[in-house]
Design a protein around this ligand. Structure first.
Ligand code: URA
Length: 219
């Protein structure tokens, strides 16, 4: 008998909430039958003190491999930085069988299905939000959330019941949320575009995670 109190943190593989994303999934199943082609579940231990919220799977990244930030460029900087600050081992090889382990950290996405052109629409972000709410609620030791980019930031604020004006997005912004005993940290998204244009440098990204490490260690 299913546990009525079980919190559903990941959409089912055949999630049908978003018509456009289901149609795109069908297209990808036809074009790339060997791909994962399903909502990418969160990755990391249930006792995580840190939650990292990305945008959505890349078509040849998490949509291919089934693990967030795995298989496209964005994961290279993310997992190297998590390793540098003690949140991951050094096994990341962009393959779910690489032996990567996260320590006290979990990685998820605001939208779990791959959207066309990497751009989810508002209705899709809202439809996927209950999974983000449940993911946050399920992490009983949560102390910090890192939002990668504005969409992750806005969806996380809404998930926490906060108003956009109380916590404006900005790279390096830090927003304490005393009612939840957590702190939100903002970063530009670690996409290839942002790093190629130097909108986000590895140093800028590391400086966010250095602050996150302090916050998690101080409790
Ligand atoms: N891969 C993900 O899983 N999420 C992103 O936001 C980008 C790439």
């Amino acid at each position: 008998m299913p546990n009525a109190k079980q919190i559903i943190t990941d959409p089912p593989a055949d999630c049908s909430l978003c018509e456009r994303l289901v149609a795109y999934r069908r297209d990808n199943e036809a074009a790339y039958p060997e791909y994962f082609n399903a909502p990418a579940p969160s990755f990391g231990p249930a006792k995580a003190a840190l939650l990292i919220v990305g945008l959505a799977p890349g078509v040849h990244g998490a949509n291919r491999t089934g693990r967030p930030f795995t298989g496209d460029y964005a994961g290279d900087l993310l997992y190297a930085t998590l390793n540098k600050y003690g949140f991951a081992n050094d096994r990341f090889r962009a393959d779910p069988k690489d032996g990567l382990k996260l320590f006290g950290a979990m990685v998820t996405n605001a939208v779990r299905c791959v959207p066309p052109q990497n751009k989810p629409v508002g209705a899709e972000i809202r439809a996927c939000r209950p999974f983000l709410i449940n993911q946050i609620d399920a992490l009983k030791q949560l102390k910090a959330i890192v939002c990668l980019g504005r969409i992750a930031h806005d969806s996380t604020l809404a998930a926490l019941g906060l108003k956009a004006k109380d916590a404006p997005f900005g790279h390096g912004a830090v927003h304490p949320v005393p009612s939840r005993k957590i702190t939100l940290f903002d970063s530009y998204h670690c996409s290839r575009y942002n790093t190629n244009t130097r909108r986000l440098t590895p140093e800028m990204f590391e400086s966010v995670f250095a602050s996150v490490r302090d916050a998690v260690d101080k409790g």
